[in-house]
Design a protein. Structure first.
Length: 139
């Protein structure tokens, strides 16, 4: 079991906390570190520019390479409800994606992480195989 850190915006954070969002998707032109996530891993959520706020159990993953517009449309139809997204903005912004990773999660739990162990400044919004997960404080 590995721990991964996903950086999310405040609006996404609110959807995760309210249990309206139950999957995380990462679309990219190059292979993304989210591709290393597997079922039974843990996904730590960190607000972009803010603290870690929760952790969840990854129960399923789907990874795609060579994404086409048809594949992207299928992924969107499949996960749109679980992402709690009302518009197509995210998918339109990533219409040139070559890779897609979908992580289905459950059992969200609030947690914190001392600042000295909190990752900062990651350009891609993801940390794979996070080494400091033992310092999580679950509430």
């Amino acid at each position: 079991m590995a721990y991964h850190v996903a950086y999310v915006t405040r609006s996404v954070m609110q959807r995760i906390i309210s249990a309206r969002k139950t999957c995380e998707i990462r679309l990219s032109e190059r292979a993304h570190p989210a591709r290393s996530a597997c079922p039974n891993d843990r996904l730590i959520f960190k607000e972009s520019g803010g603290p870690v706020f929760g952790v969840a159990h990854v129960w399923g993953t789907l990874h795609y390479s060579g994404v086409t517009p048809v594949t992207l449309a299928k992924i969107e139809r499949m996960v749109r409800y679980d992402m709690a997204v009302e518009d197509r903005e995210y998918f339109q912004a990533h219409e040139n994606a070559n890779y897609a990773s979908v992580l289905l999660f459950q059992d969200f739990t609030y947690c914190t992480l001392p600042d000295e162990f909190t990752p900062h400044g990651d350009q891609i919004g993801w940390v794979a195989d996070f080494a400091h997960a033992r310092h999580l404080k679950v509430s």
